[in-house]
Design a protein around this ligand. Structure first.
Ligand code: E4P
Length: 214
């Protein structure tokens, strides 16, 4: 499973990069707005810190506007992935972007047919939002399982990018359900290695070894 960071914060991205296990980045208009910086400059800086795929989202809601934005965004760096909303205009834009050689991440996916459609239209990634489904009492993880089954049935190469992950258990469950990628906030990324028994065990090992020295 690949790990992406779901953040536009440069400090978090630098800290994540230092761990050596960050494969890519997802951003969205809300995450970018939190940083209060020029969008394209910020995305360019992110692409330098993390050499893997970096999703940058359009804010137009019509096909023409989305494609126009996408053509500008891909100029920022070679590792830019265009993020399009999974709405009818977004699917039209997806076809055009794919024909022009862009890689596209289709976002805001909440049901399996949206995932099937974007795979048929050539998306590189599909992003089901697990946490937001869980928030309204639906089965976010069940959606990943359904998409995995459908993609495997037809041999689609579109990668399942499990998004809106809220805690480490989401990452475990998404990995078990066959998601290709998990994108997570920096907080969750930091929690993934934690276990109190690891800390207690290490403390004991060091204390015992210290006795040997004295
Ligand atoms: C993914 O591409 C999205 O940016 C993200 O995972 C949304 O997460 P949220 O539901 O916690 O805002």
């Amino acid at each position: 499973m690949k790990f992406f960071l779901d953040t536009a914060n440069l400090d978090e991205l630098q800290a994540g990069a230092a761990m050596g296990i960050v494969d890519g980045v997802t951003t969205n208009p809300s995450l970018v707005a939190k940083e209060g910086k020029d969008f394209k400059t910020l995305v360019g800086q992110i692409c330098e810190i993390i050499p893997g795929p970096v999703s940058a989202e359009v804010v137009s809601t019509d096909c023409e506007g989305m494609v126009k934005e996408a053509r500008e965004l891909v100029k920022i760096a070679d590792n830019i992935i265009i993020k399009l909303p999974t709405i009818p205009e977004g699917v039209k834009a997806l076809k055009i972007c794919v024909e022009e050689g862009m890689k596209v991440n289709c976002t805001l996916i909440f049901q399996p047919l949206q995932a099937l459609i974007v795979a048929k239209a050539g998306a590189t990634y599909c992003s089901p939002f697990l946490g937001r489904l869980d928030d309204i009492g639906h089965d976010g993880m069940g959606l990943i399982e359904e998409i995995r089954l459908i993609y495997d049935n037809y041999g689609f190469k579109t990668e399942i990018l499990a998004a809106s992950l809220r805690h480490p258990l989401h990452v475990v469950q998404a990995a078990k359900a066959g998601a290709d990628i998990g994108t997570m906030p920096f907080k969750v990324f930091g929690q993934m290695l934690n276990h109190p028994l690891t800390d207690i065990g290490l403390e004991r090992f060091l204390a015992d070894f210290k006795k040997l020295q004295s």
